[in-house]
Design a binder for this molecule. Sequence first.
Ligand SMILES: Nc1nc2c(ncn2[C@@H]2O[C@H](COP(=O)(O)OP(=O)(O)OP(=O)(O)O)[C@@H](O)[C@H]2O)c(=O)[nH]1
Ligand SMILES: [Mg+2]
Length: 452
Amino acid sequence: MFDTNAFLIPLDKRRALIVSDSEWGLDELEGLLVTMGGECVERTLLTKHRIDPKTYLGSGKLEELRKQMDELELDLLLVDFDLSPSQLKNVEKITQKLVLDRSGIILEIFNRHARSKEAKLQVETARLQYLMPRLTNLWSHFERQRGSGGGALKGKGMGEKQIEVDRRLVKDRLTHLRRKLVEVEASRDLHRRQRESILKVALVGYTNAGKSTLLNALTKSEVLVEDALFATLDASVRLLTPKARPAVLAIDTVGFIDRLPHGLVASFRSTLGEVLEADLLVHVLDGSSEEVQRHCEVTMKVLAELGAHQIPMLLVFNKMDQCKKTQMLKIWANGLYRETLDANEIAMQNLNGAEPPRFHIPKEGAALFKPVFLSALDLSQVSQLRERILSIFDSQLEIYELVVPFEDGKTVSQIFDLSRVEVRRPLETGTFFRIRTLPEFAARINVKRYQA
Ligand SMILES: Nc1nc2c(ncn2[C@@H]2O[C@H](COP(=O)(O)OP(=O)(O)OP(=O)(O)O)[C@@H](O)[C@H]2O)c(=O)[nH]1
Ligand SMILES: [Mg+2]
């Protein structure tokens, strides 16, 4: 029996040195490590450095890091870039420490947080693909994990034999996982089709922006909220509450992060397929973060990669209760929404000498609505957001009038499901309805038959 747990990289209580070439990179990596129960003891900010093809950082720099780690008794080197399998091997050789790169730690977190069957299958696939070429290198850690210290295979050269076995096991497991995924995807497509006749709003955004908190507030439900990176890995789907007419589904999605590992993007493409089905994207941003502009750019980029950039979008700046630069943020966000900001307008806003907004987000084609600023913890603000979402949908609804014969109960129930009834009055020939709905829903109800 294959046990993937034997291939977990133990991070609990690790004492780490973190290396990045940006402050935000260090912060983000530290956040990832803390989420996994490790501790960042030392941070190294790289200033100008040349990428060494063999070790990425160069052997001199690595020697220096090793000494520093020995002195501080650190056992994990966490680097904010992706190392090839051979680079990883060389870095471990020089430092004599457990080394993890950006993709490596993100994969460990995804692995720990996957809940649904599908997410588990996707993450395990991505992880094993990542580990496969690195097995030789990480083998000693796994061996310790198994607590066998070699066991029956003890002896010189036995490690290599075990690695051979492991590699074959991993390969078989991957084949098995792929087969399972196809099955799960088929059953999800079925559910998805059943939801076709409902308006959908997907909450998307950088990890930890507050998507799940907002979903809970909008739908009065209890999806897991955590001050952790990647708390959500499954698309949770809930009806807006109180129920809207026509009904609106809100979908919570996995958070994005800068430089998401390749394997993960590929394996989450199907989960994120939910995003592509949405009629509206609510792009949630942590308005209190210094990094809000970069978060916004990353999310826009991933959405474009997924092919979701054509879906209308409403930007929601969350955590305004904690925001220290509200005015700057509003100027920047409103500038985005209108694409350009008049120079006079900037001058009129009292910027106190601060730089005007620099970032520009491409938004090819899709409508971008006037942004909303709120705190997901403030229920009256959330209910205003709900109204806003409904009013955006309302603008796409059309009015139809029809008389449904009394005996056609099926159409009457479809009308209540798929539209908002504004007038309902019994006539001699049947019931008169004035309804508001999407043209495609009207076609599905087949209103033409009974049009007044
Ligand atoms: N102060 C404040 N905290 C908030 C607000 N909204 C969310 N949070 C907190 O932010 C943290 C992350 O919230 P989540 O809702 O889990 O974020 P998420 O976007 O779903 O995160 P992932 O699922 O990890 O991508 C939690 O600790 C929330 O309590 C807000 O408006 N104000
Ligand atoms: Mg979440």
